[in-house]
Ligand binder design. Structure first.
Ligand code: BG6
Length: 461
């Protein structure tokens, strides 16, 4: 077995007392122990003045809230694997203690579930204390705050870790329905011939959430919708929808195709984006008074390639929208002439990929309504509908990282291309329009789509 394929023999997670650990990491660890027999030491690190018992309690609360059974043998096993190191990330003693806790682990995995401003200090402390030797590093998104800071961060991490050992998380890549976009496209010969500018009229991707920023005001007010989800999750969906077919057998084939697609996406300008903020956002604890951070963003993109030239692509995301649904629709062109004289021919055919809450792939077609007249109706053939993805993305991704499998992680050049696309629209360079919670964002978003609309508002199944 080569070193690259050696399983990691300890899992360290920084930010162990934080929100992400509570919502995602403990449930994922529980799943890994229960379903995949994870049996390595699991060491939480944080600066909270806690002891191991408090961390165990936190793990129990987290697993209980997310539907796990804390009386199961697997949960008891997880508790037995947990260790805790407390202290400031600037303090070398914390890392000396971590080194001790790692014992004879040869290939530890360090997961930085902490704000990116802390990545460099933790990476350098890991190196100085000997904890980085032969180690893997998993980093959370957002990777940097813009293109320049992401690049600087990569330089710093590269000082201590080899690129092959750095795993950049975008948890949308761990979602079954996102993988299914690629699978459906390339496991069939049917779609590829029509998947281009000759047949596709437009593409819309919506990621709507019907709740606000909740208790994440301080984090969110430093990010906003463009940094939080558009730059990463939504561009990853776009890449899966529009990339060229992977070629060859190398394991980088898919990421190479995604990278070249994202490199062909035109840099967004201030005319291509509409930002919004829901009424009441300013009252969220942690949000600055008078904040101009966006909780909604709509963008019009173009891909400069022979396949996609001239096809408008619309991306929309927001908090406090009417529903919590993520969906992509590839809309086809209308037939070249109106054969049946329908006064209003609404549909033109589409493929719809619902990513959540349910997983649906559907083919929209116009069919004749029974009766004497040649008039039609838009129907959908549901190719698959599943209640929801089975394995939680963080379980999938952490399990892969422990095994050194990097296909479902993003890559330095991909992250760079994503930042380049949004770099000129970050911050307060466009107006932020107000919208009422429970609506589809500010009216100005309608103008953005204009003649290529309307926006397709996803409806619950
Ligand atoms: C996270 C964002 O990356 O993704 C959150 O920080 C967002 O703001 C979340 O709510 C959405 O993820 P999911 O898996 O619930 O769709």
């Amino acid at each position: 077995m080569t070193e690259a394929n050696t399983n990691s023999d300890a899992l360290v997670f920084f930010g162990a007392t934080g929100d992400l650990a509570y919502k995602q990491i403990f449930p994922a660890l529980y799943g890994l122990v229960r379903d995949e027999g994870l049996s390595t030491p699991i060491i939480g690190v944080a600066k909270q003045g806690w002891g191991l018992d408090q961390l165990k309690q936190r793990a129990a609360d987290s697993v209980k809230e997310h539907g796990g059974d804390i009386n199961s043998a697997a949960f008891k096993k997880l508790l037995g694997q947990l260790r805790y190191v407390d202290g400031d990330y600037n303090d070398p003693k914390v890392f000396a203690e971590l080194r001790k806790q790692l014992g004879d682990a040869q290939r530890p995995l360090h997961y930085l579930a902490i704000p990116p401003v802390l990545f460099s200090v933790v990476a350098s402390q890991l190196a100085k204390s000997g904890c980085a030797k032969n180690a893997r590093l998993v980093v959370e998104k957002p990777f940097g705050r813009d293109r320049a800071s992401a690049d600087a961060l990569s330089r710093i991490l590269d000082e201590y870790f080899s690129e092959d050992d750095i795993f950049r998380i975008d948890h949308y890549l761990g979602k079954e329905p996102v993988q299914n976009i690629l699978f459906t496209r390339f496991a069939n010969a049917t779609f590829e011939p029509i998947w281009n500018r000759n047949y596709v009229r437009s593409i819309q991707i919506t990621m709507a959430e019907n709740f606000g920023v909740q208790d994440r005001g301080a984090f969110y007010d430093e990010a906003g919708a463009i940094r939080d989800v558009l730059q990463n999750h939504m561009l990853q969906i776009l890449a899966s929808l529009t990339m060229d077919p992977p070629t060859g057998q190398q394991h980088e084939a898919i990421r190479d195709r995604k990278a070249s697609l994202l490199k062909a996406v035109r840099t967004l300008t201030t005319n291509d984006v509409v930002r919004g903020q829901y009424d009441g956002y300013e009252n969220v604890p942690g949000v600055h008074p008078g904040s101009t951070v966006e909780t909604f963003a709509a963008a019009r993109l173009e891909i400069d390639s022979w396949r996609w030239a001239g096809v408008p692509i619309f991306i929309r995301t927001g908090k406090c929208l009417p529903v919590s649904i993520a969906e992509a629709v590839v809309q086809f062109k209308k037939p070249p002439r109106e054969a049946f004289g329908e006064i209003e021919s609404v549909g033109c055919g589409h493929v719809r990929f619902r990513i959540q809450p349910d997983v649906t792939i559907a083919l929209g077609t116009r069919v004749k309504v029974p009766g004497d007249r040649m008039i039609g109706d838009d129907v959908e053939l549901i190719l698959t509908r599943q209640p929801g993805a089975d394995k939680p993305p963080y379980q999938r991704l952490l399990g892969d990282a422990m095994r050194g499998i990097d296909e479902l992680f993003t890559r330095e050049d991909i992250v760079d291309a994503e930042w380049r696309i949004v770099d000129d629209i970050l911050g307060n360079v466009t107006p932020v329009y107000r919208y009422k919670p429970g609506t589809w964002g500010p009216d100005e978003a309608m103008q953005l789509i204009a003649g290529d609309g309307p926006w397709l508002n996803p409806k619950p199944a």
